[in-house]
Design a protein around this ligand. Structure first.
Ligand code: CU
Length: 156
């Protein structure tokens, strides 16, 4: 009975409102588990389908931090593992998600603007809590569709 009550309290406070202090322990647990990507400028990932190449050219702040983030992303086509031409005019959705708490970025919608061929500025990426976040980028460039996930441990 006592255990059940303790678990209920943990569940209630894990994803609390702005009145609860940030959970520094959760950020530390994320780092220790090694689930997050180690941020470097130019962090490159091949999409799930191997059709697009994603390169996180820069992040503000760097490494990604709590609350609002802005990223510059280069997307190129890919064929048989070889990076090709810039993927211009891509339609994209960018979805931040905290799987451990099963919530996203609240009311914030990631803003996307192409500033050069295949180069996209993503802003208002709201990583609102310390801990493990997944940012899924889904891109449709012409007939080509691919998805990539960047994973970061966000500090308090
Ligand atoms: Cu959360």
């Amino acid at each position: 009975m006592r255990l059940v009550l303790a678990l209920a309290i943990v569940a209630a406070t894990a994803c609390g409102s702005g009145t609860t202090p940030p959970d520094a322990d959760e950020a530390l647990a994320c780092m220790t588990s090694g689930r997050g990507d180690a941020y470097v400028a130019g962090l490159e990932r091949t999409g799930r389908s191997g059709l697009l190449d994603f390169k996180l050219l820069s992040a503000t702040p760097a490494p990604p931090g709590r609350f609002l983030n802005a990223w510059t992303l280069q997307i190129n086509t890919m064929s048989s593992g070889v990076v090709g031409a810039p993927a211009t005019g891509a339609a994209m959705t960018v979805t931040p998600y905290m799987p451990d708490h099963q919530h996203g970025a609240g009311a914030y919608i990631v803003q996307i603007k192409e500033t050069a061929d295949g180069k996209y500025e993503l802003s208002e990426i709201n990583l609102s809590m310390p801990g493990y976040w997944e940012v899924t980028i889904d891109a449709q460039a012409g007939a080509v569709h691919d998805t990539v996930v960047y994973r970061f441990c966000i500090q308090a």
